[in-house]
Ligand binder design. Structure first.
Ligand SMILES: [Zn+2]
Length: 816
């Protein structure tokens, strides 16, 4: 059957990620969307079924922490009353529970929430000895959340997952509104496949930490979309026995692995477990996979590593070729392994370097999995996994066939999806897209037939085709709305890669967009003729980019809001940064390490930021100016000597112990406010002056979605900016693949802002994962439902320009 494979992308809402990795202080995010396959291959244990015969017995099990009210029993769950109208930040309940949870890789929580906006997030804790393991998550009105082991953070001194002795469930306030939460079930899950998070084994601040975590998230996202159940675990989890009974350990990228962890993994392989490892490999694991590491090999010419071709023995279900533009690989020599695939260059020539090898202990790929060619990439992952654990195919095929029609969250199957298309078509007054609906039905029948005949790769591909047709039908049917604000952030100062601003703007306008926010300046670099900041050398070759963008945008009726990445010195000339650092103008983290961001309290820095934004306002006919990174990088800075002096002087205090006294000591509150004021002052100065220079100019900002938490950890008090009249619109970065999480955030933000200015929520179309066109359309509809008068999309790149915008234009952005 078909040559083209499309993966089905069921969007069954299960787990919800915290807004962003940044998350809440002290809590890491949880798994991105993971979908439940129809059949549970995994082994699970119910920790609490939440069914109690009466409230008295429920109260015997669950004890409220002060000042939480007692629990109540209901027919289908355990009711946790949350009277948040009282001034209480969280409610919590505990119960005794003794168990060895060391071999469980995930925990599932099923719950219903009366009023989701009353709750900011939940935390599930397991107590062990003198400490806790806790994982925080968000949830919509109802659903099931899967928390992976790696998302649990230790507090205090827990004595190990094998000695869990109690559970705590906490509900954190989102708004001063009473609500109740109904817990339906808590269970522990042991999956056949586990993903090892490479970042969990790195010391804090390791330069590869972000890449390791991104590589793991990418693999996890692919497995979720494939419908393969998995758990995500840390190096510590491996040490504490989580590999017991598992089939495959996936190592997406582990730049540095402790010897003991590698020994445990080798042990796992010698007792029948298999490994699927990418790129970096501990020296103890190379022989397990039958390879010898030769060297790190940066590409020797542009386009040397352009694709992976399966040239060895046939690998069931693997695409013949998968695009992947790697900039380097690990060069390995097979000693007791077969080469399954080889690297090919952009001209289609073999490089002779192994891309994928297979030895007794498992499969190895010589670079991490990148984002490009996502469909075939995921299929390759499944094929490699299927080689190590053939059941992966059955799991993926059954799941994808069962999820035909589940192209939007909440849709339970094919019939509901077709009904939804009809409902959309009625709303928008457009003809029913019958051809697409018929195609979907045809593919669905074929998929079912192939599944029955155990032709799993074929069934999977056909299910993908069915969903593709159904998605297309839906994209054609969804309503548009005239007069709304439709903007994109464009991180490149040159527009879409390979295009100029003329084409980038034309395509935006043709697809119904109204505003463009190009990133033209940073803390230490400008992509226009700046008299204030170092100018990027490309400007002399390719011209002034603001000029080019404004000219093209205005030609096509788009408004331009020039976007500045404030404070952050990424991309600035090294000598410029060195000089600033020598002058004490860059930030210093809590542990004394340098941070290449301008220190906001330094008057010269504020001047540099202000003058650069104002020269844009003065020199170009821009429609707006846009703040981003208008905050501190995180909760760990800035504690430079200058901040110390200026804080003491401006607040009239003497700090004996710096920085302890301003972090949690006597001056914590004063310092937190002073820190926020440093950021607010810049917004105020720029906003007032910009409006004087160019009356009618629109001032806006990209801000964190989790207000008010962001006031504290990054010093971003954006609601104050709204109240002071400094902004004309605000764009919270509500980047999540989960619609209910998105909708919850947008609703809260609109409530907070209370109509003082428009809120244009930011949809993360390319981050933290790449969304499908229908997912983007769905979030646009969600923003409209909440009452937003427009939206922003991040980021205007090739995929958005070519794959997403034309699909939105079929329906959601059809009329301007
Ligand atoms: Zn400072």
């Amino acid at each position: 059957m078909g040559v083209r494979f499309y993966l089905s992308c069921a969007l069954v809402v299960l787990a919800c990620s915290m807004a962003q990795e940044r998350g809440q202080p002290g809590h890491r995010g949880v798994l991105p969307n993971q979908k439940e396959s129809v059949e549970r291959q995994s082994f699970s244990m119910v920790i609490d079924s939440c069914r109690y015969p009466n409230s008295a017995s429920a109260r015997q099990a669950w004890t409220p922490g002060v000042p939480s009210p007692p629990v109540q029993a209901a027919r289908d769950g355990l009711i946790l009353p949350c009277p948040f109208a009282q001034k209480v930040e969280r409610f919590a309940w505990d119960r005794q529970f003794s168990s060895d949870l060391s071999s469980y890789d995930s925990f599932s929580v099923k719950l219903q929430v009366g009023n989701p906006s009353a709750v900011s997030y939940f935390t599930l804790y397991f107590g062990s000895g003198e400490g806790w393991y806790g994982a925080s998550f968000r949830a919509g009105a109802s659903g099931s959340v899967l928390l992976s082991r790696s998302s649990f953070v230790s507090e205090g001194r827990p004595s190990g997952w094998n000695r869990v002795d109690r559970i705590r469930f906490s509900v954190w306030k989102g708004a001063d509104v009473d609500t109740q939460v109904k817990l339906n079930e808590i269970s522990a899950v042991s999956s056949p496949v586990v993903v090892l998070r490479g970042d969990s084994m790195l010391p804090s601040g390791h330069p590869e930490a972000d890449s390791a975590s991104a590589a793991a998230r990418r693999v996890e996202g692919m497995l979720s979309r494939l419908g393969v159940r998995f758990g995500a675990v840390s190096g510590e989890d491996v040490m504490s026995g989580v590999l017991a009974g598992k089939k495959v350990l996936v190592i997406p990228y582990s730049p540095q692995m402790p010897d003991q962890v590698a020994e445990q993994i080798a042990q796992f392989a010698s007792s029948g477990g298999r490994i699927l490892a990418f790129y970096s490999l501990h020296s103890k694991l190379a022989p397990v996979l039958g390879i010898e590491y030769v060297k790190h090999l940066p590409r020797e010419y542009e386009g040397q590593f352009a694709s992976i071709r399966f040239t060895g023995e046939p690998v069931k279900g693997a695409p013949r070729e998968v695009g992947q533009r790697s900039w380097n690989i690990s060069l390995v020599r097979p000693s007791a392994a077969k080469v399954l695939a080889e690297w090919y260059d952009a001209a289609g020539k073999p490089t002779g370097y192994p891309a994928v090898t297979e030895g007794a202990g498992g499969v190895y790929m010589s670079h991490i999995l990148l984002d490009d060619d996502p469909d075939r990439k995921a299929l390759m992952l499944l094929a490699l996994l299927g080689r190590l654990w053939p059941d992966a195919w059955r799991q993926a095929a059954r799941s994808s066939v069962a999820h035909i029609g589940c192209v939007l969250p909440g849709l339970k199957g094919y019939k509901e999806a077709a009904a939804q298309v009809r409902a959309f078509a009625r709303q928008s007054g457009r003809p029913l897209p019958s051809k697409d609906l018929q195609a979907a039905e045809r593919y669905r029948r074929l998929a079912l037939l192939n599944l029955r005949n155990r032709r799993y790769p074929e069934a999977l591909a056909l299910a993908g085709e069915a969903n593709k047709s159904m998605s297309l039908a839906m994209l054609r049917a969804v309503p548009s709305r005239r007069g709304e604000f439709r903007g994109v952030w464009c991180h490149s100062a040159f527009g879409v890669e390979g295009w100029d601003w003329e084409r980038s703007c034309r395509v935006l306008a043709e697809n119904g967009f109204t505003d463009v926010l190009p990133n033209m300046l940073w803390g230490g670099i400008a992509y226009y003729r700046s008299a204030v900041l170092p100018v990027h050398p490309s400007v002399s070759e390719r011209g002034d980019q603001i000029e080019a963008c404004v000219k093209a945008a205005h030609k096509y009726g788009l408004k331009v809001h020039v976007w500045k990445v404030n404070w952050n010195l990424a991309g600035a000339p090294p000598e410029f940064v060195r000089e600033l650092r020598a002058q004490g103008r860059t930030q210093v983290a809590r542990d004394g390490s340098p941070v290449d961001w301008l220190c906001p309290s330094h008057p010269e820095n504020r001047k540099l930021e202000r003058d650069s934004m104002l020269e844009v306002v003065r020199n170009y006919p821009v429609d707006g100016i846009h703040f981003d990174y208008i905050r501190y990088p995180d909760g760990r800075s800035c504690f430079c000597e200058g901040c110390r002096e200026r804080f003491q002087q401006q607040c009239g205090v003497r700090v004996a112990k710096w920085p302890d006294d301003v972090i949690s000591g006597p001056f914590a509150e004063t310092f937190a406010q002073w820190r926020r004021d440093q950021i607010t002052r810049l917004v105020e100065e720029v906003s007032r002056e910009a409006k004087r220079i160019r009356p009618g100019i629109l001032v806006s900002a990209a801000v964190f979605g989790d207000y008010p938490a962001c006031r504290d950890y990054v010093g971003q008090d954006w609601l104050i900016w709204v109240q002071k009249g400094l902004l004309d619109f605000v764009c919270p970065m509500d980047y999540t693949p989960d619609r209910s999480v998105f909708e919850g955030m947008v609703r809260r933000q609109l409530e907070l802002v209370g109509g003082q200015i428009p809120v244009y929520p930011g949809i993360g179309a390319s981050w933290p994962e790449v969304l499908l066109p229908l997912q983007v359309a769905d979030q646009i509809l969600a923003a409209r439902r909440c009452g937003a008068k427009g939206f922003m999309v991040f980021n205007y790149d090739t995929n958005l320009a070519q794959a997403v915008l034309p699909m939105l234009h079929l329906g959601a952005t059809r009329e301007r």
